[in-house]
Design a binder for this molecule. Structure first.
Ligand SMILES: [Zn+2]
Length: 458
């Protein structure tokens, strides 16, 4: 338990644990450069949209990415491909191939040229179907890499370690007819259990491999191996161009797979529509269940939507302390209620996304608060806790808005990255209108950080 002084509009409370960290951006993007000059607070100028986000590979010789369809084609032909994760995460590329094509040649290539740990990412239903137990009951690894017990095929192996024998074991793992009796434990192949929901829930190579194989129409059991340089350190994304060219490898990023799934799958389900009279006006409350995070998100609609015209809209991320208690550590509560008042006057949508504390959750937000009390700013506090500056992702929000028929938006926001996130999902933001909230002593530092380090137009 932590004691954090909690200053509220209604007085100062000493609360026994909580946090807040609000407005921001698209998963994994680098922070934008701070604006040159302070923007005028109430200017309702249309903004020029920045280009859609592309995979980032800092360095002198970066990987070249290919359209997903070309990469899928190579997987179906049994070839190896490169798959990169986010620069904020491992910042690594793995060699990947389908488990059903885990030939001795492919395994030998990985062992010779990639030289990392050769693992076997498997769909959760495949691991459960085989009844493979997890290696650690309580996973304490930093990225929660989900190793099962290691295995060798019972038939066709001696020591299990040669490329030929690892090929036998991996192909057996990919065999839909295999049972637990076909394996001995421990062994020399390392199955990994992908998270239910895949890259949408966890952007790791395990999930990326399984998702790509599913999209390719192959068995969702693959092989992956990290790439280690000759000096024994791990190769980073920006230095793998020569490796890629030498072996003629196609490459994709986890971001491409996420984007593909967001565009081809419906990740939200409308559950209920009810009347919601409020102090600000009458709304219709549409609730949506998200398969991405299992949360119920709300769209409060005021008036009849004319979707032929741009719709006034606020995309608001939950901030319990700001929205409910009127915390003055941030400006969320004021922004929410200013937006509700305006939408009730003009008609439009308040989209309320349940992603507390920039997606890090309430508990972690409170830990970040504590670090801020010890002198860190909001961005550094999140980094110290092991998170990218912002984990939120507006794919779900964009799907809800599209489900409501919205095509064009007039967006109430101070956050330019929110626009990039929505624009990448088939919504056109024709206007950005900042919400001007006067700063006060309790949140001045927080607002300065949002302006100077996260590019907010405050
Ligand atoms: Zn807040």
């Amino acid at each position: 338990m932590k004691n954090i002084e909690f200053s509220s509009k209604n007085g100062v409370f000493d609360m026994n644990s909580f946090i807040c960290e609000c407005d921001a951006a698209v998963s994994g993007e680098p922070l934008p450069e701070p604006p040159e000059t302070e923007q005028p607070a109430a200017a309702a100028q249309p903004v020029v949209l920045p280009p859609a986000p592309v995979p980032v590979a800092d360095g002198t010789d970066p990987i070249v990415y290919h359209p997903l369809e070309e990469v899928l084609c190579d997987l179906r032909m049994g070839k190896l491909i490169l798959m990169t994760d986010d620069p904020h995460r491992e910042n690594e590329a793995d060699l990947v191939c389908a488990g059903q094509f885990a030939t001795p040649q492919n395994i030998n290539f990985m062992a010779t040229h990639a030289r990392g740990l050769i693992c076997v990412p498997m769909a959760p239903e495949k691991v459960d179907g085989l009844g493979l137990p997890m290696q650690a009951h309580h996973n304490t690894e930093k990225l929660h890499t989900a190793f099962t017990v290691s295995v060798d095929a019972r038939e066709g192996t001696t020591t299990g370690i040669s490329a030929f024998e690892r090929s036998v074991t991996t192909m057996k793992l990919a065999d839909p007819k295999a049972t637990l009796d076909d394996f001995v434990q421990p062994g020399h192949c390392f199955p990994l259990r992908a998270v239910e929901g895949g890259v949408i829930r966890r952007a790791g190579h395990t999930e990326g491999t399984v998702d790509m194989l599913r999209i390719a129409g192959l068995e969702p059991v693959g092989v992956c191996c990290e790439i280690m340089k000759e000096d024994g350190t791990m190769a980073r994304l920006g230095e793998l161009g020569a490796f890629q060219r030498k072996f003629g490898l196609k490459a994709c990023s986890l971001a491409q797979i996420i984007e593909h799934r967001q565009h081809t799958e419906k990740l939200i389900v409308k559950e209920e529509v009810v009347k919601l009279p409020t102090d600000y006006g009458d709304f219709m409350c549409h609730s949506y269940h998200s398969k991405v995070d299992g949360q119920t998100h709300l769209a409060l609609v005021h008036g009849e939507l004319n979707t032929e015209q741009p719709v006034l809209c606020r995309v608001h991320s939950e901030c319990l302390t700001g929205d409910v208690f009127g915390s003055r550590r941030c400006d969320c509560g004021s922004q929410l209620h200013t937006a509700m008042r305006r939408i009730a006057q003009e008609g439009g949508i308040l989209l309320y996304l349940r992603q507390e504390g920039r997606g890090i959750g309430l508990s972690a937000k409170l830990h970040a608060y504590k670090l801020q009390e010890q002198g860190m700013d909001t961005v550094d506090a999140n980094i110290r806790l092991g998170f990218a500056p912002d984990l939120r992702d507006y794919g779900v929000g964009a799907q809800i808005l599209r489900d409501l028929g919205v095509q064009k938006l007039r967006l109430l926001t101070n956050n330019p990255k929110k626009i990039v996130g929505l624009a990448g999902h088939g919504l056109e933001v024709v206007e950005q209108m900042p919400i001007s909230i006067p700063a006060h002593a309790d949140n001045k530092h927080y607002l300065d950080t949002k302006r100077d380090r996260m590019g907010h137009l405050i």
